[in-house]
Design a binder for this molecule. Structure first.
Ligand code: ADP
Ligand code: MG
Length: 621
């Protein structure tokens, strides 16, 4: 038997890297600036532990475009490389100097925030260049090096005259990629990927005014334009920040958002994984352009993506802000991400922090929470519906608004309505409306009886009610105009029927014949004589199933519209119907009464409405 090592030669792998490793050409700039930034972090670290003596100067990265010569320069004053290091780090594809550095200085470098680790980033520069040069001088007392490569595996490497410490990368931009010689394009990329990188990035110049000393004139000078903020808010300890800092950072992150965020959540852990960030509850806007601003994922202050699917729980998709974690594996598919145990931990942490923050706002500033509830409730309801861990925590702070703008927690609500709103089987009946105007008459009559009516109007609320009913024992949500309400009315009123059983037996078929073609179940009830003569009620169950179907709940085929027609046998009009001799007249009375019931529900439209109007005219003329 022979054992051996598969020999992957550069000839084979090089074209692959160029073509497939990065689906996105533009990331070459991010990679080169990350390398330069790493070089700066390294020199800073070496100086801090005394391995490099003396001044290390103002550290930074500088970009220059030479349009004529079709060159893009990326210059840093970091550690630089010796000839040998260029051979080792650059020529050996997939050998990461970043990983080697971390390994070598592992005692002291844990927190340095070194970015690189695959040893492939540099080669992305060939995606946009015909030729790449490196001119580099190490901090060590050795000659500088000049490396040139045209994208084939052949390169040249010789000594160079460069005297200052650091590295200059020169890209000879290819014809296909000449966009990258445009200032606007480079600015756009810097703004996308490098806006919060930890060392100053200089691109172009700007005018600055220096105020003159006593009596002297002020002075105008041209200075380098620094495009980034090296110390973004999320990297600072929460204790060092005030509310305004968070708002300021929101504006920095989303310069085109004019609405202020409602709440912020500062994320900050380093064990068992490292994650920092700030999430915001935005005011939900109807402007689709602004909705596009999403949570951004960074690694060591380098922008990676704003597609955080699989990392941030789905229900937090409406939130905005930043998360930064070097511990999220990104070179894998999204479906793998979701099953990855460490990512799962991160997802759970984010869920927990959001819940804890809401809970603390609830405890300490309840009024504030109430005043913003309508803007954030969708997120919370969606979270309760989809994440059981969130549900458990949210139970204590989820608020139930009433039609009169009062807000109850579940516990408070239960206490408040227990006495009046329990049906004969001991179920707690939670009454709600979805639309104050459409259900107005029903809301009013429920309130008159002393019932509390909630206003639950989010599109996903039917799903959540379903979940709450199955989680809690003996509760039923019931819309004010649904037929379950009857159970309650009967219970506390105990009204005696004015009609005899004989009369009832006569009345029922009369009405049934008049409404033959409609989908009503006729139900005779002895109600208060001041109540409406006829009422239409849709079974809560049917209506809710339909609503759930509209918002994507299991398919059940086409559910029919079904109504109960409740006839108040104690109403004068019902007497009149009973005593009307001609069938035509009787039928017209019944139809008129049903239409009035529909009208009160905002439910009379089209042909029915026209017929109603004509009949009414006949009646009064
Ligand atoms: P990685 O950054 O993942 O290590 P790269 O292919 O991006 O891999 O870079 C390879 C190595 O080349 C780096 O680890 C570093 O040692 C060296 N290098 C690249 N750019 C610079 C630079 N601007 N200054 C100093 N060293 C550099
Ligand atoms: Mg790199």
């Amino acid at each position: 038997m022979t054992k051996g090592k598969i020999n992957v030669s550069v000839e084979n792998i090089f074209p692959l890297i160029k073509k497939f490793l990065y689906s996105d050409q533009e990331i070459f700039l991010r990679e080169l600036i990350s390398n330069a930034t790493d070089a700066l972090t390294k020199i800073q670290h070496l100086s801090s532990i005394g391995e490099v003596k003396g001044e290390i100067g103002d550290l930074g990265v500088k970009l220059k475009i030479d349009k004529k010569a079709k060159k893009l320069h990326i210059i840093d004053n970091g550690v630089g490389m010796t000839l040998d290091e260029v051979k080792k780090y650059i020529n050996d594809v997939a050998f990461s100097g970043a990983e080697e550095f971390l390994e070598k200085y592992k005692e002291t470098s844990k927190e340095t925030g070194i970015i690189g680790h695959f040893g492939l980033g540099f080669y992305s520069s060939f995606m946009v260049s015909d030729k790449v040069e490196i001119i580099t001088k190490s901090y060590k007392d050795e000659p500088a090096a000049h490396w040139i490569c045209d994208g084939s595996p052949e390169y040249s490497l010789e000594k160079s005259e460069k005297e200052e410490r650091g590295t200059e990368i020169i890209l000879h931009i290819s014809k296909d990629s000449k966009d990258y010689l445009e200032e606007s394009k480079i600015s756009e990329l810097l703004n996308k990927y490098n806006k919060f990188m930890p060392h100053p990035i200089k691109f172009g110049t700007k005018e600055e005014t220096i105020p003159g000393k006593e009596g002297e004139k002020e002075e105008k000078v041209t200075v380098d334009n620094i495009i980034n903020n090296p110390n973004p808010a999320w990297t600072k300890p929460p204790a060092d920040l005030i509310d305004e800092d968070y708002k300021q950072f929101y504006r920095e992150l989303y310069p085109y958002q004019f609405e202020e965020p409602l709440f912020h959540i500062h994320l900050n852990v380093d064990y068992p994984f490292n994650l920092t960030g700030i999430l915001y509850f935005p005011k939900i806007s109807n402007d689709l352009n602004l909705q596009k601003d999403r949570i951004q994922l960074y690694q060591n202050q380098v922008f990676v993506t704003d597609n955080v699917e699989g990392i941030v729980p789905e229900f937090l998709g409406l939130l905005k802000g930043v998360i930064d974690s070097p511990d999220i594996p990104l070179n894998v598919s999204r479906s793998y991400l979701q099953s990855d145990a460490s990512v799962k931990k991160i997802t759970n942490y984010i869920t927990r922090k959001v819940a804890d923050k809401l809970n603390s706002i609830f405890k300490n500033e309840r009024e504030n929470l109430e005043s913003k509830w309508n803007d954030i409730k969708v997120v919370i309801e969606y979270g309760m519906l989809t994440e059981d861990k969130f549900y458990d925590k949210a139970e204590s702070f989820n608020l139930y608004p009433t039609v009169d703008d009062k807000y109850f927690t579940y516990e408070e609500l239960e206490k408040k309505i227990k006495k009046l709103q329990t049906d004969k089987d001991g179920n707690l009946i939670i009454l709600y409306a979805q639309n104050k105007d459409e259900q107005y008459t029903y809301i009013e009559s429920a309130k008159e009886k002393g019932y509390e009516v909630l206003l639950l109007d989010s599109p996903i609320i039917p799903h959540l009610m379903q979940k709450l009913e199955s989680k809690k024992e003996k509760i039923k949500f019931s819309r004010v105009d649904s037929d379950t309400l009857e159970n309650l009315i009967k219970k506390d009123e105990e009204v005696i029927s004015k009609l005899t059983d004989e009369e009832k037996e006569k009345l029922k078929p009369m009405i049934e014949t008049a409404v033959e073609n409609e989908k009503y179940t006729v139900q005779l009830e002895a109600l208060d004589s001041n109540s409406m003569p006829f009422m239409l009620a849709q079974p809560e169950f049917m209506r809710r199933m339909k609503e759930m179907q509209q918002t994507g709940g299991g398919a059940m085929g086409n559910l029919p519209d079904m109504y109960s027609l409740i006839v108040n046998t104690n109403h004068e009009l019902v007497d009149k119907i009973l005593n009307t001799r001609t069938e035509k007249k009787r039928s017209s009375l019944i139809k008129q009464s049903i239409d009035l019931a529909k009208l009160s529900q905002n439910n009379l439209t089209g042909k029915d409405l026209t017929e109603f109007i004509n009949r009414s005219i006949d009646l009064i003329k």
